[in-house]
Design a protein around this ligand. Sequence first.
Ligand SMILES: Cc1cc2nc3c(=O)[nH]c(=O)nc-3n(C[C@H](O)[C@H](O)[C@H](O)COP(=O)(O)OP(=O)(O)OC[C@H]3O[C@@H](n4cnc5c(N)ncnc54)[C@H](O)[C@@H]3O)c2cc1C
Length: 338
Amino acid sequence: MFEQAVPLAPLTTLGIGGPAKFFVRAESVDDVREALAFANERQLPVLILAGGSNVLIPDKGFDGLVIHIDLRGITIESEDAESAIVNVAAGERWDDFVDFAVLSGWAGVECLSGIPGSAGATPIQNVGAYGQDVSETIVRVEVLERDTGRVIDLTNWDCNFAYRSSIFKHAAKDRYVVISATFRLRPGGAATVRYPELRAYLEERGIPLDDLPGVRAAVIAIRKRKGMVLDPSDPDTRSDGSFFMNPIVPPERAPEGAPRFPSGDGVKLSAAWLIEHAGFHKGFAHGNVGISTKHTLAIVNRGGGTAAEVLELVRRIQQGVRERFGVELQPEPVFVRS
Ligand SMILES: Cc1cc2nc3c(=O)[nH]c(=O)nc-3n(C[C@H](O)[C@H](O)[C@H](O)COP(=O)(O)OP(=O)(O)OC[C@H]3O[C@@H](n4cnc5c(N)ncnc54)[C@H](O)[C@@H]3O)c2cc1C
């Protein structure tokens, strides 16, 4: 069950990172408990890994136990005219669930089509795209508390969701393993389209908002143009998706000419615009890593790239944006420590 010296790079979308000292696939809650006990007895650090699409694994690898989340199952808990309550096991592919929801005629996650990774990771950074995020539809998150082995339900409120953020990234970092997430979707509902680019695409093609499969196809088509749908034949998708969050700053600190969107008391800036205007263009190369030729926000492995190179490029970009605009860029992926 417990393997040793397992290469992790192939389990990530960036294709970067050294081996795991120990590795195990968890297909049930008991498997997770057993794996945690194994690590506890040997005082090993633990890394929870799922689709590997939002992590940067060090070149040295992980000197502990990697628990790969493989819990499966989608269960419809209830369905009536108002809502469909659907429980999704953590190891289900997120996009398979979105496809299932859209084909069932349930609105609520259609704009999150084409996002790689697992369903269980979506609450971690409150996955979002095109103006929609999972905090709008998650009703509860079932978690295993790592210290006690207890399984508990967290409500949406407990998760403290915010832009690309939740309790799992901050106050309760490393405290829980997500076992499943439960969503409330709207049968027969119309798509929530808040992004002008997506709206224009739908209008040009005459796709109505209640055509959920049509909206899903539109989202995937737009994402493909930006290299944001995994495709082995497209090297621009060997990435972690958007590498930096869009910074939120007080309105008076927004650089002149920068596009801005109201966000609470501040304004949200486009990280892609800041990076581009700080001199880092699409296709920018730094050794074997670089910036996607399709999207300034994506750092890509151009072949044989290392985590050290990614970190160097991240620092160069952060410094460039800081010097040019006085704005601090925060990375979105989780930097694993060896
Ligand atoms: C091409 C591309 C496009 C992307 N587009 C988007 C996008 O539009 N919007 C967006 O929000 N993100 C996007 N991402 C980022 C990524 O797909 C999401 O963050 C996704 O939810 C990560 O899922 P994962 O299963 O791959 O998580 P992993 O990368 O395996 O893990 C990410 C973090 O979550 C933790 N984790 C994972 N599963 C669990 C669990 N069950 N319990 C506890 N902790 C867990 C891990 O320990 C790690 O800290 C994109 C990535 C790529 C490569």
